[in-house]
Design a protein around this ligand. Sequence first.
Ligand code: TTP
Ligand code: MG
Length: 363
Amino acid sequence: MPPETVPVRKIIHVDMDMFYAAVEIRDRPELRARPLVVGGPPNSRSVVTTANYEARKFGIRSAMSCAEAKKRCPACIFLPPDFEKYERVSEQIRKIFFEFTDRVETASLDEAYLDVTENKICEASATRIACEIKARIFAATGLTASAGVAPSMFVAKIASEICKPDGLCVVRPERILSFIRRLDVIRIPGIGKKTEAELLKLGIRTVADLAEKPLSLLRERFGKFGAYLYDIARGIEYREVTPVWERKSFGVEETFAEDITDGEFLRRYLNRCAVRVFELLEDEKKKGRTVTLKIKYFDFQSITRRVTRDRFFVSAGEVFQTACELLARTEAGVRPIRLAGISMSTFSEKKAFPGPAQRRFPF
Ligand code: TTP
Ligand code: MG
């Protein structure tokens, strides 16, 4: 498609501010000015799920051990998480999203992408819709959200992050490149500390640095992910908002009655999951190339390990085998596990990656 005919999408990314902590503070306003962590007690091995901004001033972050958080801020208050309450709020905000469009992709309890290119209120301005969403969320829940408006999902997400809390950041198509250029690469979804360090070795700190590197180098170092980075540095993203009914994955998971360290028990359990997930896929007449193992440790820290193959998984046995290989890359058997599960995704054939000649800048 010639660039001028590629439709420019209007994407909104909404993310609640310090979600779990904000819900707790709403219900106990006397805690508002105090540094606060939602997580287990500091003398346990549990981790911080989130911290309010007061606590963040002390360098306390999600996934840090509560013991470390206590060390950094002895006056910090620790509250246990109340997941049912957060789920209720999450449902309230989801309902609001659907007042505007059915093209809603939920990314987590407190975060969603909306494609409002066409919308139920026939409003041409995505910015006005984002304002209205924030206002309705506040009216319904008493909580603030931040929103990013952009023509692509990754830019909308970055935009919502940088204007927190209670912010609204709009990136127009013609501003995308100047907006992303100055960002550190760690801002790009999919880049974690490890990739950041790898990129730094190549002299890449910002997106502008990334944009200077040839596709061949990035592909050689990072494979398919390198090609993604090459595109992202040019403001190009192929991802589209995918509503839940176009399911991207099928999975089964279970919280155990008690935390598990027995490896043999886990393998037998994963075997049952593999059989079940394979059945689910067969029912939908789908075939998957990705197997994801999800583990939640006793302290609620969740991790995933995944593998994507070039060809489809053709039996539950293959899925099980892969899940066991992934299990070996976790702390199973050492750290007690409260939940485990398997999901399958990537239902398309492997595509030959389009070369630069076929890619086009979409704006
Ligand atoms: P986030 O949206 O990443 O964080 P947040 O809403 O607390 O803060 P921010 O204002 O920066 O968006 O995550 C949403 C909720 O998910 C968070 O409140 C708690 C939970 N969570 C965890 O349980 N563990 C984690 O490691 C993270 C990052 C979040
Ligand atoms: Mg949030």
